[in-house]
Structure formats: C-alpha cells, structure tokens
Design a protein around this ligand. Structure first.
Ligand code: 5GP
Ligand code: ZN
Length: 132
C-alpha cells in the first residue's frame, strides 16, 4: 500500500484540513511555505493520466475551495498550484496529489519555469505535431 493510502487508511497520522467523499487534503509533511497543502483523491490513482474526467473536474473544485480556505485563515494573497505527474516531472509519491503552495513576499522558493530563448523552428515543429 502506498504512503498516502496508508494515511487515508489512518495507519499514518496527518494534519487533515479538508475531506469529502472523494478527496482528502492535508498539510505537506515538508512545508515549502507555511500552509503548503496536498489535495489527493481517496482512490489510489497514480497520476493525471489515470484520473477519470469526472474526478478531474471535481478535483479542481476542491483545490479552489481549499485555496480559498487557506487564504482566509493564513492571510496570504498569492499561491502556486502544482502537480508532478511521473518521475521525470519530480513525482516522488505515486498517488496523485495537487500541491497548493501559499506564497509570501519574502519566501525563498522558485517555481518559475526556466527561461529559454525564443525558437520559432521548435515552436512550429511541436505545434505541427500537436495539431496534426
Ligand atoms: P511529489 O514530489 O510526489 O510531487 O510530492 C510528494 C510530497 O509528499 C512531498 O512534498 C513530501 O513532502 C510529501 N510527503 C511525503 N511523505 C509524506 C507523509 O507521510 N505525509 C505528508 N503529509 N506528506 C508527505
Ligand atoms: Zn495510494
């Protein structure tokens, strides 16, 4: 059983901040910033590619609810929403989860994509692949 399934099974404790029929939200054990939260489906689903569409739409509603709740309680104005799907993308727990990361003016995390130079050829090649 994966570590998040064990948490859902109450074999491992967690700081629960939201729960409904399909989802569970808890503080990340390693707080990137104060309030860093994970929202996960109760069903073991590995990543975004295994997520059925009906749960996908419900999931974003929960992410929105939890974001608003955290904002109200913690008083920040900004946040990042992040999902790592797959090892190369940095997923370490193979049970789908969305990171909600409050941002504070003097926090020290950097989640911005690395900037690359404008490359028309590359853009057009990938665009053709996607649209053909
Ligand atoms: P990933 O790298 O897969 O996107 O994120 C996994 C996250 O799960 C990490 O931020 C890590 O701190 C968190 N995590 C790992 N084990 C536990 C745990 O036992 N409890 C909680 N609450 N978070 C965990
Ligand atoms: Zn699991």
């Amino acid at each position: 059983m994966c570590i998040f399934c064990k948490i859902l099974n109450k074999e491992i404790p967690s700081y629960k901040i939201y729960e409904d029929e399909d989802f569970y939200a808890m503080l990340d054990i390693s707080q990137a910033t104060p309030g860093h939260t994970l929202v996960l489906p109760k069903k073991h689903i590995t990543n975004i590619f295994d997520l059925p569409e009906d749960l996908a739409s419900k999931l974003f509603v929960v992410v929105k609810k939890v974001s608003d709740m955290l904002k109200e309680k913690l008083g920040f104005n900004d946040l990042n929403i992040l999902n790592n799907s797959g090892e190369v993308a940095g997923q370490t727990v193979m049970h789908l989860h969305i990171h909600i990361i409050p941002r504070y003016s003097k926090d020290e995390i950097n989640l911005s994509p690395v900037e690359h130079e404008y490359n028309k050829e590359l853009l057009e090649k990938v665009y053709a692949k996607i649209t053909n």
